[in-house]
Design a protein around this ligand. Structure first.
Ligand code: AMP
Length: 484
């Protein structure tokens, strides 16, 4: 098995990795590190959880330390762009750990906090700058950052950056960076816009593709629990009281919802903090740190606030609400089962969110198993009833088939009348033409009765799907509607 020591990395970096407890490189590290050390451009199709941060930062650190060029005031040698401040600080923490004994400076800049300290560290010049595009453009336009020394550019989570509307900022930044540079481009998905962008900025890149979803997701025990809205808090409390729920992220669709959950758990003496857009950066960082250190058991978060969170030991992800954007489901559950661990992802689905659940399942190409062993399952079955059980989800009780009236109705249909030769002769003389198929005259047969009305959406025949794990790349081009 290849170990980090076979990758020709600086011994000081190897020592830092050992300290961090990394023994073997992950697949993306194995594939990317040698090419990046060689100065090649890289297209990495991978998401967080694969070890991609180390895949780009270790060879960058090695090369920067090797060349020993000193960085000028206001200048940067390696620029790493991240879509969110959480991911940016995460990358910064990793680089901090890997570069402990190297004589390299790094800084992280993002919006939502004062820029004073950021400006001070930039003025000295930094070897590595990790930045969100907005704050970077802001400080660059004020003359605090100069790009002429940039040797390496990293675009991390490029698809997220595009989703978040950073494309113009990114193009402006790239236009300022010397053309002679090394570019490393990471994206979890490759929609057309991302492919176009990658082609325009990469030169003869090495392509490295890992399918973390299938490996990560295989380790995640996914379940859906049907529960009425009014019972969600109590169900959550029950789950959190179970022994194995040691470190739990609860995802809420709204900030208000996140506050409600926080308040309820707090009242029930379960240690909790909420992070969302209304909390300032300081509060968010504090909550994250307390959660990371195990001082609080539950972190309630909205999707935006949780992006980029990297806490290896999360035991459970609970989707208090099914996300309305199916892609968020993948990002949410990817918070657990990190760095080779196991994890549980439970989604609460109230009967009204049925369509959202179907959209998620369609997007991930996986039918999430139903867990109806909880205390509130029976209540949520009525009236949305029969759709809770796995069986009825797989096999609709009433099949809708326009051509074939339901079985029951066929029983009610008039029986075929036998038409003998004598009847024909008699009727001929009566002047009446008799069909050999008398039922064709029956109006009921011409307009077969409609099948019974289904009780709910979940009774609908579900499209055939493979019960195979999610395949990330190419599988997440989602259309919002999932009307079946
Ligand atoms: P990333 O995909 O970069 O967000 O990394 C996901 C998690 O895996 C982080 O917690 C890293 O610290 C951890 N990690 C990265 N590389 C390794 C490795 N080779 N061995 C063990 N853990 C790792």
């Amino acid at each position: 098995m290849t170990s980090f020591s076979n990758l020709n990395l600086n011994p000081k970096i190897l020592a830092a990795l050992e300290k961090k407890g990394y023994i073997t490189p992950t697949p993306i590290q194995l594939q990317a590190i040698p090419s990046v050390l060689d100065g090649r451009d890289l297209l990495g199709i991978a998401q967080t959880g694969t070890g991609k941060t180390a895949a780009f930062s270790l060879p960058i650190l090695h090369n920067l330390a090797k060349s020993g060029i000193s960085v000028k005031s206001g200048c940067v040698r390696a620029l790493i762009l991240s879509p969110t401040r959480e991911l940016a600080s995460q990358i910064s923490e990793n680089i901090d750990a890997y570069s402990k004994d190297l004589n390299l400076r790094h800084a992280v800049i993002y919006g939502g906090v004062s820029d004073r300290a950021q400006i001070t560290s930039l003025q000295r010049g930094v070897d590595i700058l990790i930045a969100t595009p907005g704050r970077l453009m802001d400080l660059a336009s004020q003359g605090y950052i100069r790009f002429m020394q940039v040797e390496v550019l990293v675009l991390d989570e490029a698809d997220r950056m595009l989703d978040m509307g950073f494309i113009n900022d990114i193009n402006k930044i790239i236009a300022k960076i010397p053309q002679k540079r090394q570019t490393l481009f990471f994206s979890a998905t490759m929609p057309t816009a991302i492919t176009t962008l990658s082609k325009s900025i990469l030169t003869d890149p090495v392509r490295v593709e890992v399918t973390p979803q299938s490996t990560t997701v295989e380790r995640i025990d996914q379940k859906v629990m049907f529960v009425e809205k009014r019972d969600k808090l109590a169900l959550l409390r029950n789950i959190l009281r179970q022994e194995d729920a040691t470190s739990v992220i609860v995802f809420s669709k709204t900030k208000h919802g996140a506050d409600d959950v926080e308040e309820f758990l707090d009242r029930n003496r379960i240690s909790v903090a909420a992070i969302h857009g209304d909390k300032d950066q300081d509060q968010r960082e504090k909550s994250l740190n307390r959660f990371r250190e195990g001082k609080i058991k539950v972190l309630v978060a909205t999707d935006v606030a949780a992006r980029g969170i990297d806490i290896p030991a999360i035991s459970h992800v609970i989707n208090y609400d099914i996300p309305s954007d199916p892609e968020s489901y993948v990002h949410r559950i990817g918070r657990t089962a990190r760095a080779g661990r196991q994890g549980v992802a439970i989604s609460f689905c109230d009967p009204h969110d049925d369509t959202l659940l179907l959209a998620v399942e369609k997007a991930i190409n996986f039918k999430i198993p139903v867990d109806d062993s909880h205390a509130f399952a029976s209540k949520s079955r009525a009236p949305a009833a029969k759709h809770v059980g796995e069986k009825s989800r797989a096999k609709p009780a009433v099949k809708f088939d326009e051509k074939k009236p339901p079985h029951k109705e066929n029983h009610a249909a008039p029986k075929k009348k036998k038409v003998g030769i004598l009847d024909l002769i008699l009727n001929f003389f009566k002047g009446e033409k008799l069909s050999k198929k008398p039922e064709a005259k029956n109006p009921e047969r011409k307009h077969p009765p409609r099948p019974e009305k289904r009780e709910s959406n979940r009774e609908r025949p579900r499209p055939k799907r493979n019960n195979k794990p999610i395949e990330r790349t190419g599988g997440m081009k989602l259309s919002s509607g999932n009307k079946r």
